[in-house]
Design a protein around this ligand. Structure first.
Ligand code: WT7
Length: 642
């Protein structure tokens, strides 16, 4: 019998008795209980979920804009992911890795096998001069070695800085320079959509002239190179490595995210608080059970990949699935085939992927048995009703709840969503703050908005979640400016409102940051990059809605001389591929004579946006050059005729 995990009551979906039977959390009272004394609540969870070498002296210390969890507590993160499970779960599969080429064998690692690899690679890192506190750059695709090298860093107390493999050499270089890494772990390449993608030449180019002294290369596509060979080093390395005991607040990793200004911010995450938060959010949101196979499709280059593709399932001695390649290789059935063959029970993915499948031919999905699924997750951007319903009907077959998790790179783990055993599951609505966490909605003066359906700024109140960032790497000013403008609240830079049922609905970013295919991208960063092109004098970038990617950037550029052309537009695209990466590529570039500006010289992106979406722009009277608007309007109109 195929099990049904939800039922419909009124307009909404709720957990079914079947779900209630298996849910870790099914009593709504947990919220009130946790809120009575959140610090005590988290202390209890920290003791139950994580293995400590030494208990903390003080559970929570707050001196805003900084706060620390489990101060004085000592632990090792890799021990929590691996060693502590070996006795009971040593032979359980920790990782199922699916290579993209269909003829290649699926690789499974038990906890014991993974532990051995991690210990070996920790010794390889040590042998190559990495010490506690050093930053290691990791530029790897979705292959097991990404997980192995990250865990190896945590074993010896090195700080990992993972850079998305689709990022360009220049983007990698900037991140290497910020962290001053001496060692770079990369691969010769990877498979994507049936092709061999080169990674090493980008890595090589990025490392040139930086602090990088050694490059360790995983062979994936068997390219010749002169660097340190991962496999050979592993063969020589000892499989025993005493873990470095770290303080709870020690930095565990840096991950870069787009800001409102050009330079990406190095978000700092600590060890203990992050571990506790990753463990419990995964366990309760996805209701992890002993025989579950958990598949989070996010790439390790993003926080979702760190926390939910890799770390949280391992902390929970669960089985995580990792797929190397493209969702449409060899056809759009690939994901669904993977689910059928591996009996995936939880699928956690992004609206942009859902929308892509929604527009494809349904036959690719219908062929496969998806009855192993229990819970579906969504993350990365607001999920629209159409995509939610499609995901619910076609993938979940009206049996599975959709857990729409709102959170950020900065927060380490999920913050707002409905829990599977409690519900409700409402399209476009994220839900409630995780037990023990609290958010409020405020106006620009910091005053709380309690009315329903009124949009304001979504902020978090003290005590702040254990998984939250601990600063911006080497940039305190940025940390304070970006997150603490409301002083006592953490500012998410998202807008939100309460629904009639008192659930939180996210309305999107309030700053100059856009979301392209689930990836944050700052308009400023993209503008800076376009401005570096020799032909460009000045530019402005605005996002417009896109059916599949959510948003895409549109550029308006003023040339230094001459006329715009198709060729130049194409050239800018490949220029951006090189500068940032293909996600940032402008969908269209308009070559304009002037940009609408205020008298103080600020570009009015709001006006450009209105023109693009066909709305009447407001506030033209404050412009220095209102004529520019007519020119742009005509140009957009003309381009739509083509
Ligand atoms: C921004 C953070 C969360 C990890 C991956 C992205 C948007 C994220 C949702 C959601 C509505 C969402 C927000 C947030 N966002 N999840 N379920 N509903 N919006 O991390 O790249 O740091 O982006 O993504 O705008 O601030 P990120």
């Amino acid at each position: 019998m195929v099990k049904k995990y939800i039922i419909k009551k009124g307009k909404e979906y709720w957990p079914s008795p079947e779900m209630k039977k298996i849910a870790w959390i099914k009593d709504e009272k947990i919220y009130a209980k946790a809120n009575k004394n959140p610090v005590k609540f988290w202390e209890e969870l920290a003791l139950e979920g994580i293995t400590w070498e030494k208990k903390w002296d003080k559970a929570y210390v707050e001196k805003l804009p900084y706060f620390e969890w489990f101060k004085g507590g000592k632990l090792n993160f890799s021990v929590n992911c691996l060693d502590r499970h070996l006795k009971e779960f040593g032979d359980k599969v920790a990782l199922i890795w699916i290579p993209e080429p269909t003829g290649e064998k699926v690789v499974k690692f038990t906890y014991k096998q993974l532990h051995k690899k991690v210990c070996k690679f920790a010794n390889v890192l040590k042998g190559n001069g990495v010490k506690k506190g050093d930053v290691v750059s990791i530029y790897l695709p979705m292959i097991p070695e990404a997980l192995i090298s990250m865990l190896a860093c945590t074993r010896i107390g090195a700080i990992h800085s993972v850079v998305f493999s689709a990022f360009s050499a220049e983007a990698l270089k900037a991140r290497i320079e910020d962290g001053k890494a001496k060692v770079l772990v990369t691969s010769d390449g990877y498979y994507r959509k049936g092709e061999k993608e080169d990674l090493l030449s980008k890595a090589e180019q990025a490392a040139k002239g930086t602090t990088i002294k050694k490059i360790i290369v995983v062979n994936r596509i068997n390219k010749e190179h002169k660097y340190i060979n991962y496999k050979k080093e592993m063969e020589k390395a000892s499989a025993s490595c005493v873990p470095e005991i770290m303080n709870s607040e020690d930095m565990m990793f840096i991950l870069y995210t787009s800001g409102t200004t050009g330079k990406p911010k190095g978000v700092i995450h600590d060890t203990g608080g992050y571990a506790v938060y990753a463990y419990w959010t995964a366990k309760w949101n996805f209701n992890l059970q002993e025989d579950d196979v958990f598949w989070c499709t996010a790439d390790v280059g993003w926080i979702t990949g760190h926390t939910y593709s890799f770390y949280a399932p391992l902390l929970n001695h669960s089985t995580t699935l990792v797929y190397e390649g493209g969702p449409d290789f060899p056809d759009l059935g690939r994901w669904w085939k993977i689910i059928q063959e591996n009996k995936v029970s939880v699928l956690y993915t992004a609206p942009t992927a859902i929308r892509m499948f929604m527009r494809a031919n349904g036959k690719f999905i219908k062929k496969y048995d998806l009855n192993s699924l229990k819970i579906l997750g969504s993350v990365g951007e607001p999920i629209d009703k159409e995509a939610w319903m499609w995901y619910f009907n076609e993938i979940g077959k009206k049996r599975c709840p959709i857990i729409d998790t709102w959170w950020q790179t900065e927060t380490g783990g999920t913050l707002i969503n409905s829990l599977p055993g409690i519900g409700p599951f409402v399209p476009t609505v994220a839900g409630k703050s995780f037990p023990g966490i609290n958010h409020i909605i405020i106006d620009k003066n910091g005053k709380e908005i309690k009315e329903k359906n009124k949009i304001g700024f979504l902020v978090q109140t003290s005590p702040f979640a254990p998984g939250m960032l601990h600063g911006v790497y080497k940039n305190e000013k940025k940390y304070i400016e970006t997150y603490w403008r409301f002083k006592k609240y953490y500012d998410s830079s998202d807008g939100a409102f309460y629904t009639d049922d008192n659930l939180i609905r996210i309305t999107g970013r309030t700053d100059d940051v856009m979301k392209v295919a689930g990836h944050l991208l700052s308009t400023a960063e993209l503008e800076n990059a376009i401005n570096e092109h020799v032909n460009i004098n000045e530019c402005a970038v605005v996002p417009i809605p896109d059916k599949i990617k959510g948003e895409v950037p549109i550029a308006f550029a003023i040339l230094k001389r001459g006329e715009g052309s198709w060729a130049l537009e194409k050239e800018i695209k490949s220029f951006i591929d090189k500068k940032i990466g293909p996600t940032a590529r402008p969908a269209k570039t308009y070559f304009v004579k002037a940009l609408p500006k205020t008298r103080s010289g600020k570009i009015m992106r709001r006006i450009l946006k209105a023109l693009l979406v066909g709305e009447e722009p407001k506030g033209l009277s404050t412009l220095l050059n209102p004529k520019s608007v007519d020119e742009i309007k005509k140009m957009i109109g003309d381009s739509k005729k083509i």
